[in-house]
Structure formats: structure tokens, C-alpha cells
Design a protein around this ligand. Structure first.
Ligand code: FAD
Length: 286
């Protein structure tokens, strides 16, 4: 069986790993620039404004942690130091039972490094830096999985919404041992001198750099040293989510074609769990 995966973000990479583990002849197409390379790397079970426990959160955490450990053979791709959530409003204060909620199992993922290291351990997978313009180019494959993030709508019409997200790559003087999360968030990176400050949610067509730069003021309210961070780069990406709810879309859309997208802001918690289930339950039995 020959499988083509379009996309090498979190979603496509998890598919590639489980296919390679099962010795499936796999080719991954990617052109870079996806949301995963912009992601600030927060992984925990109560994301979102209301900090509610997310659907199958513990299972997602376990599956992602396993993949992170596999990718970290040569270089650590994540910090398992917890996440401090600082209440951003009264609803959260009531929920947290105070101003802060310590999430001991919270993980910070070094997203770009994670994807690159995972590529190295995916044996016998062919990674092509090539854009797929039309699905007819993939006729030679027995199975095609579209893990193209926000670009999936080039191939299929799905009920999805797009939200732009920006973050700042900054130099900081003193590294925090864990991530801080409130209205904005600050996450360490693999480079002790650099952190990511995130994230904006913009329902516009283009990213708004001015809004991105305001993130420093937002974060300085709960971590005053943030106002002295030196901004090195403004990064932007597009999150794509289902129009209703937040569960990712894993769907067969043709005799040999699946879509695997709609991860919204929850790519980290769901990519490994759902990729494993798609490969084991639907693709391998073919
Ligand atoms: C600023 C920001 C911060 C975020 N922070 C977090 C966070 O802290 N935690 C979290 O869990 N999530 C976070 N997210 C969300 C997370 O990034 C996404 O859920 C995740 O990246 C989705 O992964 P994906 O693989 O589906 O898509 P993508 O990462 O977008 O990957 C799609 C890939 O498909 C490729 N592609 C597309 N079309 C084609 C084509 N025609 N031919 C070949 N290749 C193609 C692209 O090159 C791209 O690499 C954040 C997002 C943003 C924007």
C-alpha cells in the first residue's frame, strides 16, 4: 500500500510516524509555513478562555507525550515543568479558587524542533518539499490523507473557520522555568535566551502586526519583566477549526481520500491520539 500525506505540521507528522512504525510506504508533501511552526507550544488538558476540561484530554496528553519522548531521543523537544495559569477574569478566579492555577502536568513543546526531530525518526518515509496543486497528481497512491491545515479547503469544501494567530519571538534576560498563561502567554523555547509571547486571535484577512506588539503590554500585566523583552520577530499563522464545536475533523471524503484537519488551538493535544486511531482503525485494515 502506498500512502500520500499532504502536510507535515503536527497532524501530518503524527500520521507519518504511525505509518512508518507499521512499515507503510509513505510520502509526505509539504511546503512549510503552517500553523505548527508558529505554535507557542502549550500542552495541557484545560485550554481555552473558560479553562474547561477538554474532550478526551487525558488520553490526548498521554498520546502526545509518548510522541514527544520519541522525538526527543537526540534533543529534548519539550519541557515538562508545569504551566502557571493566572486568572484573567472573575469567572476564571472562581474556577481556580484564587488568582492562580498551577497545572503540574502542563508541558511546553518546542514546536519547530519537535517536527524536525520527529522527521529524523520516521524511518523509510519520503519527505518532499513540494506543493500538491491538484489531487489528480496523487493518482499513483492507494490512500491520500489531507493534513494540510488551513489549506485543506483548496481540495475539499468543509465547514471550517479560519482565525489568524500571531506571536512574538523575544529575547529575555532571565529564563522562566515554565510557561505562564493568562490573557496572553509566555513560553520558553529550546534556546535559553529566547521565549515566545502569544497569541492573538484575529478574525481578519491579514495579520495585524500592531496587535501582535500589544502582546507585550498584555503580558506585562501579569509578568512585569515582559515589557523589557526585545522583539526579534513577529510570527503569524492560521488556525482552522470546525464551524461548530472544536473537535478536529477526521473524515473519509472519497474512495481513497481522508481529511485530517480542524485542530484549531488544540493541535498538540489531539494530533497524536487521532492520528494513531486513524492509521490503526481505518488505514491499516485496508
Ligand atoms: C500563534 C499560534 C499559537 C498557537 N499555539 C498553540 C499552542 O500553544 N498549543 C496548541 O496545541 N496549538 C497551538 N496553536 C494551534 C496549532 O498550531 C494548530 O492546531 C496546529 O498547528 C495544526 O496542525 P496541522 O498539522 O493541522 O496544520 P499546519 O501546521 O498548518 O500544517 C499544514 C501543513 O500543510 C502543508 N500544506 C498545505 N497545503 C499544501 C499543499 N497543497 N501541498 C503541500 N503541502 C501543503 C503546509 O506546508 C503546512 O506545513 C497555535 C496556533 C497559532 C497560529
Amino acid at each position: 500500500m502506498k500512502v500520500a500525506v499532504v502536510g507535515a505540521g503536527y497532524a501530518g507528522m503524527a500520521l507519518a510516524w504511525f505509518l512508518s512504525q507499521n512499515n507503510v510506504d509513505t510520502t509526505v508533501f509539504d511546503v512549510g509555513g503552517g500553523a505548527s511552526h508558529v505554535s507557542t507550544g502549550l500542552l495541557h488538558t484545560a485550554p481555552g478562555k473558560w479553562a474547561n476540561p477538554t474532550w478526551r484530554g487525558a488520553e490526548g496528553m498521554a498520546a502526545t507525550t509518548e510522541l514527544l519522548e520519541i522525538a526527543s531521543k537526540e534533543r529534548p523537544c519539550f519541557l515538562r515543568n508545569g504551566i502557571m495559569r493566572i486568572a484573567a477574569n472573575d469567572v476564571q478566579r472562581e474556577k481556580f479558587g484564587g488568582d492562580k492555577l498551577w497545572i503540574p502536568e502542563g508541558i511546553t513543546v518546542f514546536s519547530g524542533l519537535y517536527i524536525n526531530e520527529l522527521k529524523k525518526v520516521c524511518k523509510n518515509v519520503c519527505f518532499l518539499n513540494q506543493r500538491v496543486e491538484d489531487l489528480s497528481e496523487l493518482n499513483a497512491f492507494d490512500v491520500v490523507i489531507l493534513a494540510a491545515g488551513s489549506e485543506v479547503s483548496r481540495f475539499v469544501d468543509l465547514p471550517l473557520k479560519r482565525t489568524i494567530g500571531q506571536c512574538l519571538l523575544c529575547r529575555w534576560k532571565e529564563r522562566l522555568p515554565m510557561s505562564l498563561l493568562s490573557n496572553g502567554h509566555i513560553t520558553p523555547t529550546e534556546d535559553p535566551d529566547l521565549c515566545l509571547v502569544g497569541s492573538t486571535y484575529e478574525h481578519t484577512k491579514e495579520p495585524d502586526p500592531e496587535k501582535a506588539l500589544q502582546l507585550l503590554d498584555v503580558c506585562a500585566k501579569f509578568y512585569p519583566p515582559a515589557k523589557d523583552f526585545e522583539v526579534l520577530e513577529i510570527r503569524s499563522g492560521v488556525r482552522v477549526s470546525p464551524k461548530v464545536g472544536y473537535r478536529p475533523i477526521v473524515e473519509k471524503i472519497g474512495p481513497k481520500t481522508w481529511v485530517f484537519t480542524g485542530f484549531g488551538s488544540r493541535g498538540l493535544i489531539y494530533h497524536a491520539m487521532l492520528a494513531k486511531s486513524l492509521i490503526m482503525n481505518e488505514i491499516l485494515p485496508l
